[in-house]
Design a protein. Structure first.
Length: 322
């Protein structure tokens, strides 16, 4: 019997509505830029002000961005939730996180209230979310690329440039055989939702703590995962210096928590590090079956295809210190 979980559906509903609104607002900005690019050779933007964002095409594309991104995030967390239900483990409903950032959200999560005791449970629950999210993000990315535009970039123009996962590079090579010098791809809002979906997938697949990747690494490699986790933390710090300074936050906090856990000080950080550290399972010495090992290899491939070393180009620590 599934353990009882005290649910607050009104809170989940409010957070869902707020995230739907925040992603829609971001989608309006993306859609306006896509419909009316301020580029030589293209018609000037419509009348400035609020009315510009009420143009039907802008509204529709804004809704599409919000809807597609919410479907990807919902699919990811539903994967975890349904895997918990399959094993009779208690889990909360989905919590969405609205945010005034580049994407309109910090993602979503569920809280698993029951202990996970078996390796197959740990693997299945950890893998279900990234697999579902990737399957939903993939068509969004390719559909968006199919409707994206190649536009000239004005000389000296300062614009925000996003990094490209390997899957994006493969897709852009398929749809755009040649991008002229001085031009760039303006991604369709649906394609941007797919890009965000890949970013969320790869972040969750980092082999750290109780992230999805931490669950999967523990199930696949047991205690040897610690070598992988330490290597990942080191790689994040190197990437923070060379590619994207935001990785320094992930890597620095990871090393801080590991240090606090081993030294058992200071007390508040030690307690937090203890919660983030992966709890042991009962059958650690029992290997996964061949099917799950194959799925594990597929997930590693998904991580390689989805990971973005520089989510925002030109924002490495070295570049920021110049």
């Amino acid at each position: 019997m599934e353990p009882a979980v005290k649910k607050k559906p009104w809170l989940n509903g409010v957070l869902f509505a707020l995230t739907l609104f925040s992603t829609f607002v971001v989608g309006l900005g993306l859609s306006f830029t896509y419909v009316y690019p301020d580029t030589p050779g293209f018609p000037p933007a419509v009348e400035p002000g609020l009315r510009a964002f009420l143009e039907p095409r802008v509204l529709l594309l804004g809704l599409l961005y919000s809807g597609v991104l919410m479907v990807i995030l919902t699919g990811h967390e539903l994967g975890h939730y349904l895997a918990c239900r399959r094993y009779g483990l208690a889990a909360t409903l989905l919590y969405f996180i609205p945010a005034p950032n580049l994407f309109g959200t910090f993602g979503a999560f569920i809280k698993i209230k029951s202990p996970i005791n078996l390796k197959r449970q740990l693997f299945d629950i950890g893998a279900a979310g990234p697999l579902a999210g990737f399957v939903l993000a993939l068509p969004a990315l390719f559909m968006g690329l199919a409707y994206s535009k190649v536009l000239p970039v004005a000389a000296g123009e300062s614009t925000l440039s996003l990094g490209e996962p390997l899957l994006f590079k493969l897709g852009s090579a398929l749809f755009f055989k040649h991008v002229p010098a001085g031009s760039d791809i303006m991604l369709h809002p649906v394609g941007f939702a797919g890009w965000v979906g890949l970013l969320v997938t790869s972040l969750n697949l980092l082999p750290l703590g109780q992230l999805d990747g931490g669950h999967i690494a523990y199930a696949l490699f047991g205690k040897r995962r610690r070598i992988l986790s330490s290597s990942a933390l080191g790689a994040l710090i190197i990437l923070g210096v060379l590619c994207f300074a935001g990785w320094l936050v992930w890597g620095g906090l990871g090393f801080l928590f590991v240090l606090c856990f081993r030294l058992k000080r200071p007390e508040p950080l030690y307690r937090l590090a203890s919660r983030l550290r992966h709890p042991p399972i009962q059958d650690e010495a029992v290997p996964l079956n061949r099917g799950r090992v194959i799925v594990g290899a597929l997930i590693i491939l998904i991580f390689i295809l989805s990971f973005i070393p520089d989510p925002v180009k030109g924002s490495s620590l070295l570049a920021l210190l110049k």
